[in-house]
Ligand binder design. Structure first.
Ligand code: SF4
Length: 322
C-alpha cells in the first residue's frame, strides 16, 4: 500500500465550502469535493476577506492595461484592498502545494475573467486573470494553479494531482533535511522526470549527486527550484513514450508475443495522439501488479496519487500531451 503525503491546497471558498458568492450561492464542484479526504484545504474568499457581505453587488474588472476591480453599483474601487489582502495572506500562509480557484471570477479567475471598458452595460473587451488570481500567479509562478472548470478535464486534473502530491512529498523530504531522503525521493520520481524530458532528469540527477559537496539545505533548495520547473512543463508524448518503453523492459520477458505487440501498438497510438497517456500506462500498471515489479510499483509515473482520486470523468475539453 503506497503512502502519499497530504498536499496543502488553497481553494476558493465558494467551491463547496460556503455560500459566499455575490448572489449568496455556493458552487458544487465535484472534482474539489473528491479531493477532500486526501488533501488539506485552506479555503479563502477574497471578496469577503476585504469586507464585502454575501450577497453583494457584483464586482468587475474595468480598464485596459492593468484593470481596476470596481463595483459598478456603488462606484467603489476595491483594487487596493484586494491587493493588500493578497499580500497579507501570502505572508501568513504556510507552505502550500497548489491552488484551485473559481473560474471566471473577477477576483479568483486564473485566466478567463471578463474585462470591461467601463462600469456601464456592455460586452467584455477581453479576458484575463482575476485580481486575486493574478496575485497568486505572480507570487507562486511555478506552483500548480487550476480552476474548477479545467479540473473537469481528466488530463488536466491528473496533471494537477500528480504535481501537488509530488510537491507535498518533496515538502516532507525538506522537513527532514536529509540527503538520504532526497535520494529516495528522486529515485521514486525518476521515470516521471524521464517522461518530462531527459534533460530535466539529468539536471535533477546532477543536483542529487552533489559533486560539490554542498550542504543538504542548499541541495534541497536547488532541487526544489529545478523540480518545480520540471513539473510546470507539460508531458510530451515522445518523452513519455521513452519512459514507458524503459519500464516495458522490466516486464517484457514475462509477456506473450501478442501482449508485447498489443503494448507497442497502444504506445504507437499514444505517440500519434490517438489515445491518452493513461492507455499505455494502464496496461503497464496491470503488468507491474501481475509480475510484482517492486521498482516500478514504487515509480510515481504509474502511481502518482491515491487511487481513490482516479476518476474516468472527463469533460473532453482540454489538452493531451503534445
Ligand atoms: S469566486 Fe472567490 S471571491 Fe468570489 S465568492 Fe468565490 S471565493 Fe469568493
Amino acid at each position: 500500500m503506497l503512502r502519499f503525503a497530504r498536499p496543502r491546497i488553497v481553494v476558493s471558498r465558494c467551491l463547496g465550502f460556503a455560500h459566499c458568492r455575490y448572489d449568496g450561492s455556493v458552487i458544487s464542484a465535484s472534482e474539489v469535493g473528491a479531493m477532500a479526504g486526501e488533501v488539506e484545504f485552506v479555503t479563502v474568499c477574497p471578496e469577503m476577506e476585504i469586507g464585502l457581505p454575501s450577497p453583494r453587488q457584483p464586482l468587475r474588472l474595468v480598464g485596459t492595461g492593468e484593470p481596476r476591480l470596481l463595483q459598478p453599483a456603488t462606484w467603489k474601487d476595491f483594487t487596493d484592498p484586494m491587493q493588500a489582502f493578497a499580500h497579507k495572506l501570502f505572508s501568513s500562509l504556510p507552505p502550500v502545494d497548489g491552488f484551485v480557484l473559481k473560474n471566471r471570477s473577477p477576483s479568483c479567475g486564473i485566466a478567463d475573467a471578463k474585462v470591461y471598458s467601463s462600469t456601464e452595460k456592455g460586452t467584455a473587451i477581453t479576458r484575463r486573470a482575476g485580481m486575486f488570481g493574478q496575485a497568486v500567479r505572480d507570487r507562486y509562478p511555478k506552483l500548480p494553479v487550476e480552476d474548477e472548470g479545467r479540473l473537469t478535464n481528466r488530463s488536466l486534473r491528473e496533471a494537477f494531482l500528480t504535481s501537488v502530491f509530488a510537491l507535498a512529498s518533496l515538502r516532507e523530504v525538506e522537513a527532514t533535511g536529509k540527503m538520504r531522503n532526497l535520494v529516495m525521493f528522486h529515485a521514486r520520481y525518476k521515470l516521471l522526470l524521464m517522461a518530462l524530458g531527459q534533460a530535466r532528469l539529468a539536471e535533477l540527477g546532477r543536483i542529487v549527486a552533489n559533486p560539490d559537496r554542498l550542504p543538504a539545505g542548499d541541495v534541497l533548495h536547488r532541487y526544489r527550484e529545478a523540480f518545480e520547473e520540471a513539473l510546470g512543463r507539460p508531458l510530451r508524448r515522445p518523452s513519455a513514450a521513452n519512459a514507458l518503453l524503459h519500464a516495458f523492459g522490466y516486464v517484457t520477458d514475462g509477456l506473450s508475443p501478442g501482449e508485447r505487440t498489443y503494448f507497442l501498438e497502444t504506445l504507437a497510438e499514444h505517440r500519434a495522439g490517438h489515445v491518452p497517456l493513461s492507455a499505455p500506462v494502464g496496461v503497464l500498471r496491470a503488468w507491474i501488479v501481475r509480475f510484482d515489479v517492486a521498482y516500478l510499483a514504487d515509480q510515481r509515473l504509474f502511481f502518482p496519487f491515491p487511487s481513490s482520486l482516479l476518476s474516468l470523468a472527463d469533460s473532453g475539453q482540454g489538452r493531451e500531451p503534445a
